[in-house]
Ligand binder design. Sequence first.
Ligand SMILES: Cc1cc2nc3c(=O)[nH]c(=O)nc-3n(C[C@H](O)[C@H](O)[C@H](O)COP(=O)(O)O)c2cc1C
Length: 346
Amino acid sequence: MPRKQKKHTLLYFPKRKMNTKASQVPSFHIREVPIHGDTILAPMDGYSDWPFRSLCRELGSAMSYTEFIKVEKILSRSKQPAKRMYFTEPERPITFQIYGDDPELILRAALQIQENNPDVIDLNMGCPAKTIADRGAGVGMMPTPIKIARTFRKLVKNLRVPVTGKIRLGWDRKKNYKLIARIVEEEGGSLIAVHGRTKEQRYAGNADWDAIAEVKSLVKIPVIGSGDVKTVADIDRMKTHTNVDAVMIGRGAIPNPWIFSRLDRDQVPPEMLKQTIRKHLARCVDFYGDEDGSRLFRKNAVQYVMMQHLTRDERKEILKTRPSAEFLELLEKIYDSPIIPQPAIP
Ligand SMILES: Cc1cc2nc3c(=O)[nH]c(=O)nc-3n(C[C@H](O)[C@H](O)[C@H](O)COP(=O)(O)O)c2cc1C
């Protein structure tokens, strides 16, 4: 946990995209929870932790999703869930995302974390990792629609917060996303997020935006589209193509959290870039401590400087473990080198 609770000052928040709740009509609701805005940082294990999530929220992401949390860990004495569920009030609306394969355990874990006062609880039905999917959790739930129905029925009946689900298109080519979307809606789910790939595809090929559009036309609850939104133009393209209520941005936001302010990476003024990066590193150190914070930040640092003209040695330097103050000095030196526009995504 951060040692001191700090009030967050917004370093940069472009006026035209300011999400001041009072002045705006919500874009949509998750049951009674109003959502202001149409771009949302995707839940990403290892990335959408509090330091990054809160930054993206300040830059314009319309709400926060935690990294997914294993229900067995919630029900044990593990310290990990508390770390993942940590949030600050300005981040609201906040969704806690969980995964599991047993409806009863999922319910018990959800009831427990509801005490931490999230706005929404989301069930992950999309993770393709072998250790998770093969035991019937994550996307491993999709081949068992009856289990999904049972789980949603239990959650919706017993939780006071809205329950949502995040799915893929199915396990393999026999895609069943339409059935699952209907089940989520019929059992009282309040929103469905769809990553337009199957488990078999993992992250290969293009996300199928036609399928996302099908889900949107099939259900009345809000739909979030996920997959391959990397630029500001992509946000509008996905919205037009699918008519979704909001667009989730995952990998594209890692090197460019400013996408939530509708800026492509090559449009980010150098001073803003430095301010955000300093702030990100400071939050990592605050949240994880100096050693772990700067170690964990290295993966972000490498992505932030992807568009700088880096030598091999500079790249290696970034990946070396060092105290945060030294790290910052190094990064600032690199950021002062010229930016050359390149595709922002690996
Ligand atoms: C490193 C990584 C971790 C992820 N972890 C999660 C997760 O914890 N929960 C989840 O629902 N999806 C997770 N996803 C999937 C993303 O939320 C998103 O649906 C997917 O990356 C496609 O969107 P993108 O093309 O914008 O990255 C993860 C993706 C990546 C790349």
